[in-house]
Write a protein that binds this ligand. Structure first.
Ligand code: AR6
Length: 189
C-alpha cells in the first residue's frame, strides 16, 4: 500500500529495493528457501560437510553435493564456487569460505569478498534470486553486528551493477540476528 513503511508482514522481516534489486531479511532456515534459485553455503576450505549451515545444507542436499563440491576445493577465505542443488529445492549452491574472526585478516575485506564473489557467480550462472546465511557469524566467531554491516553495505555497493539477480535474501537463524540485519539494512539502504 502506498506510503506504508517498508515492513512487509509482521514478523516477516524487512525489505528494501535498490535499482532493480530487492534486498530482504527474514528469519528462517537456509535449507527451506524453496523459492530462490541459489542458496549460499558458509563452507569450510575443503568443501566438506561440517556443522552449522554447511551441515544442514549437506544433510538436505544428500551425498551428491559433497561429491561435486569437494573436487573444487580447497578454497581460501573470500573465495566461492558454485554447484548444483542436488536434493535441495534450489538450482544452485554457492559455497563460500568466510574469514575466521581474529585470524584471517583483514576480516571485513575478506567477508565483503565472500558476498561479492557469491553475487558474481549468481550473475554468471543466471540465478535471479539468492539467499545468504550470516557468513562467519557461527563457528568462525564474527560478531553479528559487525558482520551484518559488512554484508548489507557490500550488497548495497553491488546492487547497482546487478543485471540478473533481482532478489537478495538474508536468512537469519535467531531473532537477534534478524534484528541486527534489519538495522544494517535500514542503515545501508
Ligand atoms: N539456516 C540459517 N542459518 C543458520 C543455519 C541454518 N540452517 N544453521 C546455522 N545458521 P556457521 P561460519 C547460522 O557456523 O561461522 C561449519 O562447520 C548460525 O547461527 O554455519 O561461517 C563449516 O564447515 C550463524 O549465525 O558458519 C565451517 O567449518 C550463521 O548461520 C564453519 O562452520 C553461520 O554459522 C563455517 O563457520
Amino acid at each position: 500500500m502506498a506510503g506504508r513503511p517498508a515492513r512487509v508482514l509482521p514478523g516477516a522481516g524487512l525489505r528494501r529495493t535498490s535499482g532493480a534489486a530487492t534486498v530482504e531479511c527474514v528469519r528462517g532456515d537456509i535449507t527451506a528457501q524453496d523459492d530462490v534459485d541459489a542458496v549460499v553455503n558458509a563452507a569450510n576450505a575443503r568443501l566438506a560437510p561440517g556443522g552449522g549451515v554447511a551441515g544442514a545444507i549437506h544433510r538436505a542436499a544428500g551425498p551428491g553435493l559433497a561429491e561435486e563440491a569437494m573436487p573444487l576445493g580447497p578454497m581460501g577465505p573470500g573465495e566461492a564456487v558454485i554447484t548444483g542443488g542436488h536434493g535441495l529445492p534450489n538450482r544452485f549452491v554457492i559455497h563460500t569460505l568466510g574469514p575466521v574472526y581474529g585470524q584471517d585478516r583483514p576480516e571485513a575485506e575478506l567477508l565483503a569478498r565472500c558476498y561479492r564473489t557469491a553475487l558474481a557467480l549468481a550473475e554468471e550462472n543466471g540465478a535471479s534470486s539468492v539467499a545468504f546465511p550470516a557468513i562467519s557469524t557461527g563457528i568462525f566467531g564474527y560478531p553479528i553486528e559487525e558482520a551484518a554491516e559488512v554484508a548489507l553495505q557490500t550488497v548495497r555497493d553491488e546492487a547497482e551493477g546487478l543485471r540478473v539477480v533481482r532478489l537478495v535474501r538474508f536468512v537469519l537463524f535467531s531473532e537477534g540476528d534478524l534484528r541486527a540485519h534489519e538495522r544494517a539494512l535500514s542503515e545501508a539502504f
